[in-house]
Design a protein around this ligand. Structure first.
Ligand code: FE2
Length: 309
């Protein structure tokens, strides 16, 4: 790799044969400095800062591992293939971000979690905008297969007041470990997915089926990376929630089943102890909404506490 083809920027205070601090550098260092000099032209200050850091770290990484041409080409082809796996309801790039811990790192360093507020976690790759809207208490399971689950709780602010007009998106797997978007979404439509809006009491409740521990998608590029590296691809059983309410910060989070056997090895590092809750197992009896039940069913109760803007 040489810098022979790179033009000299007359406006620059540096010459192409020096590093940023003016000292002589290697050809690869001079390349890095030239790239940095060009991106210093970026008008937007935040974008300029982000690109400067990205280039510095990316080049340092390539130098540290002495990136080989065939490895670079494999990475480019993997990115191309990853794009092919993306479709409405599935973003394979997010799965890559998730399994590299980048998604959770971004959540952790940006989430304002004052004491008492519900912790955020990763969004995951399967959020669908414009999910079907349901009346509170409805059954969203549709074509989902599994043990009946009744879930309910409240949306509260930090002072403990109910939050009205909170729009709650919920989505989760069925007992096969699949999401609707992995199972003929175009033909079958949404299942185990819905949107609710809270009333003045802040209550939310719905029927669906129990989620189970499941592996990240077995048919994309992210799983190929995991198979070649950690070998850990399981996610603990969980429900996804996104809650958007007036005067509150949006919350994207999960509720995890305390009886999951893989809580300590989540493939996307999303488990927070405060988000591990009891999905109570029942056999017959009466559900919280008065429905007589036969056989096995589960019940979940949890309050979400939002942080004000
Ligand atoms: Fe999930």
């Amino acid at each position: 790799m040489t810098t022979d083809h790179l033009p000299t920027h007359r406006a620059s205070t540096h010459t192409p044969n020096t590093t940023r601090d003016g000292s002589p550098g290697s050809a690869t260092d001079r390349l890095t400095q030239e790239v940095l000099r060009r991106f210093e032209l970026t008008p937007d200050p935040r974008l300029r800062d982000v690109m400067r850091s990205l280039i510095e770290h990316l080049h340092a990484f390539a130098k540290e591992v002495k990136l080989r041409p065939e490895e670079w080409l494999l990475a480019m082809k993997t990115l191309e293939e990853t794009g092919r796996w993306c479709a409405p309801g599935r973003n394979e790039f997010i799965i890559f971000s998730d399994v590299l811990g980048l998604s959770m790192l971004t959540v952790m360093q940006n989430a304002a979690s004052p004491p008492g507020a519900t912790e955020a976690t990763v969004m995951g790759p399967f959020l669908v905008e414009g999910a079907p809207q349901f009346a509170m208490g409805a059954d969203i399971s549709a074509a989902a297969v599994g043990t009946p689950l009744h879930a309910q709780g409240r949306v509260l602010d930090l002072q403990g007041h109910p939050v009205a007009n909170a729009v709650i998106d919920v989505w989760h797997s069925d007992e096969r470990g699949l999401y609707d978007v992995q199972d003929g979404f175009e033909e079958n439509g949404a299942w185990a997915r819905g949107q609710f809006t809270t009333g003045a009491d802040g209550h939310w409740r719905f029927w669906s089926v129990m989620p189970v521990d499941y592996p990240v998608p077995q048919d994309g590029t992210a799983i190929e990376l995991l198979r070649a590296t950690t070998g850990r691809s399981m996610r603990p059983a969980h429900l996804h929630f996104r809650i958007v309410a007036p005067g509150q910060q949006p919350l994207v989070t999960h509720l995890f089943d305390r009886l999951s056997t893989v809580l300590t090895e989540d493939a996307v590092y999303g488990v927070r102890p405060t988000l591990v809750v009891d999905f109570r197992r029942h056999d017959g009896g009466t559900a919280p909404d008065g429905r007589p039940m036969e056989g096995h069913w589960c019940a979940l109760q949890h309050d979400f506490v939002l942080t004000g803007v």
